[in-house]
Design a protein around this ligand. Structure first.
Ligand code: SF4
Length: 530
């Protein structure tokens, strides 16, 4: 089999490109997982391995090994990553949300203007609509496809034999968000008003059923089984209404939006009680200039409670990311019971990507002021040491970022990175400091030759969701912080010849440095200084 896989790798690897050792090994591991009847493969692949080539090649190889595998899809978290793929691999069949496709009549699918156009026969949606045409093409294509996680989860007809989940460390957040049932009083009021305008009297039955359901919820943490029992009357009403709305949804924008809203609630409520687990009830009272309203959200604590949203849609799943950490924790969070996994070596030399750990400061809430003062002195020394080089300072809050900047001797050299605009403006020109630098930005080469992680970025236990989840599964809390450390570490060294030092002084890092919370390629780069 090994020889056959080698031939297939050679056949399908993009022309003019030779597979790197790490890519070659990972592809073999994935194919073996499939042959051994695993439903999931989880690969921890450091930056620089070239995940996208693996994601492109592996479906082609698997389809040749088993010709019953017809369709494949790559899922990304963001549209930006989706665009990176389609720019690099133009043959990918791509679909995004409907608002990305403006038609020749200057509108997008299912807006009010769109319905007016359709109803006055200004267009034929199957012939003219760029979104509908692309969606049908995507749905039926046997070529390699791509979309974002959100589209794949929410679009009812999205299915695929092979599913490659890129940046899979974001999957659980995506699932929990999608599994959250949100009841927004403002939205309900708008629907009420439009129902009267359209002469649709049955909306009131939904309002009454929702009120009865909400009145039964009398604790912050609710068992899935209790939610199931309390939601059945509501579900019955919603199912009655969806049958009617199915007939009406092509009439105008109001019915279409109402149909989607009811459908979305049905799919979320249908998962209550299916898997054991708790939900968190959150009430937000919103005050705007001219209105006050409530938003109630019912959020699953673990992604596995709602993982059917994705795992019911495919046959073989390949999870890839540089930031998984402890693979068992990832699998448990997402409800993956059996899987093969592989941790790849980093293609970047360790001396180019050192983590220098000097346990000097115990940074916690009780001694925050003292810790900030001590950290600022160290920050100043690092700035002096790297006086001609740019760097990044990661903090766990804007408060700490401002404190360090204000107390530093080098105040004028430091800028608090409050948003992407500020980051892009000062990148490579000033030392950036802040709590959001750890993801989504690339500080290759001279943009950053050093980084400081000032404090282990634990999530706030003041948040009831974080506190409850931590009490139930403490490893999740540590892994969440570790993922932010791994992400921060990955900002500065972006290619083989790139070089940057990552400094940590918070003594709380001792708990992480030898643990599986950090992948092997991160642990092996740690140098302890006494
Ligand atoms: S259905 Fe017609 S009006 Fe609506 S977006 Fe498509 S082409 Fe435009």
């Amino acid at each position: 089999m090994k020889d056959k896989i080698d031939i297939l790798i050679k056949k399908h690897f993009p022309k003019g490109k030779e597979p790197r050792k790490e890519q070659y090994e990972t592809i073999h591991k994935i194919v073996n997982a499939y042959i051994n009847n695993k439903t999931h493969f989880i690969g921890q692949l450091p930056t620089g391995v070239g995940k996208s080539y693996i994601a492109i090649v592996i479906p082609k190889i698997l389809k040749e090994i088993n010709n019953e595998l017809k369709q494949s899809v790559i899922l990304t978290k963001t549209k930006a990553l989706q665009d990176q793929y389609t720019n690099e691999f133009p043959d990918l069949v791509d679909i995004k949300g409907k608002t990305n496709y403006t038609c020749h009549l200057g509108t997008t699918y299912t807006t009010d203007v769109c319905f007016t156009n359709m109803n006055s026969n200004k267009c034929d949606k199957n012939e003219d609509c760029p979104y509908i045409k692309q969606r049908i093409h995507w749905e039926t294509s046997k070529d390699e496809r791509i979309t974002n996680m959100s589209f794949f989860i929410t679009y009812p007809k999205a299915k695929s034999d092979i599913v490659v989940i890129d940046e899979c460390h974001t999957l659980s957040g995506e699932l929990v968000n999608y599994g959250t049932l949100t009841i927004n009083e403002n939205v309900i009021n708008e629907f009420k008003e439009k129902s009267l305008d359209n002469g649709y009297m049955n909306f009131e039955t939904i309002v009454i059923a929702l009120e009865t359901f909400i009145n039964k919820l009398n604790s912050i943490i609710i068992e899935s089984k209790t939610l199931y029992e309390n939601s059945q009357d509501l579900l019955k009403i919603l199912k009655l209404r969806i049958d009617e709305l199915e007939e009406l949804k092509d009439e105008n924008g109001f019915y279409n939006r109402l149909y989607n809203w009811v459908n979305d609630m049905i799919s979320k409520i249908s998962l209550f009680g299916k898997v054991e687990g708790d939900y968190i009830l959150h009430l937000e009272e919103v005050k705007r200039d001219f209105s006050e309203y409530k938003i109630i959200s019912i959020k699953p604590i673990f992604a596995y409670q709602v993982a059917d949203f994705i795992f019911d849609k495919g046959t073989f799943f390949i999870h890839l990311s540089a930031t998984i950490g402890d693979i068992d924790v990832y699998a448990k969070e997402n409800g993956i019971k059996t899987y093969d996994s592989y941790e790849c070596d980093s293609p970047f030399p360790i001396e180019n990507r050192k983590i220098v750990y000097k346990p000097l400061i115990e940074f916690n809430y009780k001694n925050q002021e003292n810790a900030i003062n001590q950290t600022t002195k160290i920050v100043d020394k690092i700035i002096e040491k790297h006086k001609n080089e740019n760097g990044l300072i990661h903090t766990s809050s804007y408060f700490i970022a401002h404190e360090i900047k204000n107390k530093s001797k080098y105040n004028s050299k430091i800028v608090v990175a409050k948003d992407s605009e500020t980051i892009n403006k000062y990148k490579g020109k000033k030392i950036l400091i802040g709590p959001t630098l750890y993801e989504g930005h690339d500080f290759k080469d001279d943009f950053a030759r050093w980084q400081i992680l000032t404090k282990i970025p634990y999530a706030s236990l003041g948040d009831v969701y974080v506190k409850t989840k931590t009490q139930m599964y403490p490893k999740w809390y540590s892994q969440d912080a570790a993922n932010k450390i791994i992400q921060s570490y990955g900002r500065a060294v972006r290619h083989k010849n790139d070089k940057a030092i990552f400094y940590i002084f918070d003594t709380n890092f001792s708990k992480f440095k030898d643990s599986n919370y950090l992948p092997k390629y991160v642990r092996e780069a740690i140098f302890l200084m006494k």
